[in-house]
Write a protein of this length. Structure first.
Length: 239
């Protein structure tokens, strides 16, 4: 049983003219053999993209990629012919399978785009590439944790080709409290706001602020309480 708090300031950082990206795990040239994944989660990038810019067409293979937009709108195009617009409250999953190419661009010519993109390993390689999106805004408005992507039989979210992975999101109001699910590996990410996680200290001694994460290993079901201004959180549970 353990809770390992990772601070926003300690993440690796990519800053170029159109992209400001913070990496929770090893990514691209930022390689640390001790920080390649937590459970099945191998990428969690917090990106801000300037207006009209984005990632040109590039390939992926055998990865389940989930994108969660915080502010703005992302235009997605891929080699299956899919064109999608991803906005706050829309769960999106791309299965790279045996091979896919895609581009991701800030759809606005005037406003920045803020998103978190997360990758998990699939349970089966070489599947047919695919794309799915589903609006979960109404569920999020209830202020509870909402399943937005799952490899199990959860209703409401997009389907993951990984039976041992579930992503929940929560837009928590001030002082709202939720229960973190129990799993061998749980990754709690505070996308904005702040929160107190039982067992990780209070906000004055080590609670979770914007960009902070907690990596739980067989830690049971601790409570998570939003701070005075609320919090938006992303919680992965994996084997």
């Amino acid at each position: 049983m353990s809770i390992d708090v990772r601070r926003a300031r300690d993440r690796s950082h990519t800053r170029i003219d159109w992209l400001d990206s913070w990496h929770s795990f090893s990514f691209g040239p930022h390689y640390d053999p001790a920080n390649t994944q937590h459970g099945l989660l191998v990428v969690s990038n917090d990106d801000v993209i300037v207006p009209g810019a984005g990632f040109p067409t590039h390939p992926h293979r055998d990865m389940e990629i989930v994108t969660w937009v915080l502010d703005g709108e992302l235009e997605h195009r891929d080699s299956t012919g899919t064109v999608g617009r991803i906005y706050p409250g829309l769960a999106q999953r791309m299965s790279a399978g045996r091979g896919i190419t895609h581009s991701e661009v800030n759809a606005s010519p005037v406003n920045p785009l803020h998103l978190v993109q997360m990758w998990v390993l699939p349970d089966t390689g070489g599947i047919e590439p695919g794309y799915e999106q589903r609006d979960v805004s109404a569920e999020l408005d209830a202020g509870e944790l909402v399943v937005v992507a799952s490899g199990r039989d959860h209703d409401g979210g997009v389907h993951l080709h990984q039976r041992d992975a579930v992503l929940r999101a929560g837009r928590l109001g001030p002082a709202a409290r939720v229960t973190v699910p129990d799993a061998p590996h749980v990754h709690v990410y505070v996308a904005r706001g702040d929160a107190t996680l039982d067992g990780a200290g209070d906000l004055t001694t080590g609670g979770l602020g914007t960009g902070d994460a907690a990596r739980l290993s067989s830690a049971g079901t601790p409570g998570l309480t939003a701070g005075a201004t609320g919090a938006e959180v992303l919680i992965w549970e994996t084997a």
